[in-house]
Design a protein around this ligand. Structure first.
Ligand code: OAD
Length: 258
């Protein structure tokens, strides 16, 4: 079977599952925002590729909770760099298509991305399991603020207007726990069950991303991976669509919107 005919076969099979499906889970990662011009984390041109930050520590160290406690300005320099890569970028067709799926299905999106694009595109049930760069919070008094970007931050680390404490974005740094409300919501959703689970643009390295797909396998829930490259998930899923997110999602959308 050629790659294209394997692809068409997967799409045909998926059409049967989509006909019966009511609840769909999309699990997304940096790859879905690649078409918005954002870099991914791993792979060629990825943020982690052979990179040490200016402070001569590996990125994982600079972006860790421990570093933020000791030297928040180091972590902030890197956060600022991350935020600059998102500045001016916006959601793309892949985010829009996922939002559009809500016309036909109950859709939950679990994203590892901190760019906020799923909500911007109109998805209504989004769990941002790694947080969102646009939500800032004071580490001392808890005062929170929503920002469009970080252009206004004129000192690092930025300090709270209310109490002078160090401000941080509400994102998960290396070595930190996932936000409990998001974890609980996701657990509840998984307990309610899905009729189809779709991974889009993630290397699926973390157990909390991989495990639900492993569980789906044993419960017989059909699973899909949309990713031009192979990942640890590739051999596990029922259907692999080895193409970019907007292309695969557009083909799925055409199956249901006829
Ligand atoms: P990665 O950079 O690990 O993986 C991105 C995946 O997207 C790769 O498998 C690519 O092949 C795929 N990809 C690239 N372009 C694509 C496209 N146009 N369409 C579809 N797929 C495409 O990013 P994540 O899996 O999101 O966590 O990384 C997970 C977490 O690791 C991030 O949230 C971040 C990082 O440490 C934190 O910062 C806590």
């Amino acid at each position: 079977m050629t790659r294209e005919s394997a692809f068409s076969f997967s799409i045909d099979q998926l059409s049967k599952h989509l006909e019966r499906a009511e609840r769909i889970l999309f699990v997304t990662g940096a790859g879905i925002s690649a078409e918005s011009g954002l870099p991914t984390y791993r792979g060629i041109g990825g943020l982690y590729e052979d990179r040490h930050c200016n402070d001569e520590v590996p990125i994982e160290v600079a972006l860790s909770g421990a570093m933020f406690q000791q030297r928040p300005e180091v972590t902030w320099r890197y956060i600022l760099e991350l935020e600059r890569t998102c500045r001016g970028a916006r959601h793309n067709q892949a985010h829009e298509l996922i939002a559009r799926f809500e016309r036909h299905f109950e859709v939950c999106v679990l994203t590892q991305n901190v760019d906020g694009f799923h909500r911007d595109a109109g998805s209504s049930d989004v769990i941002e399991i790694h947080g969102n760069l646009k939500h800032l919070q004071c580490t001392r008094c808890g005062h929170g603020q929503e920002v469009v970007n970080y252009e206004h931050l004129d000192r690092l680390p930025p300090l709270c207007d209310e109490c002078g404490g160090v401000i941080r974005p509400r994102v998960v740094l290396f070595g930190e726990w996932l936000p409990e409300p998001g974890v609980e919501r996701f657990r509840d959703k998984l307990e309610q069950g899905f009729d189809l689970m779709v991974s889009v643009g993630t290397s699926a390295l973390f157990p909390y991303i991989m495990d639900p797909f492993v569980a789906a396998k044993s419960s017989g829930t059909p699973t899909v991976e949309i990713n031009p490259a192979e990942t640890d998930l590739s051999s596990l899923v029922d259907f692999r669509l080895p193409t970019i997110a907007s292309d695969a999602l557009a083909r799925l959308w055409r199956l249901i919107d006829t």
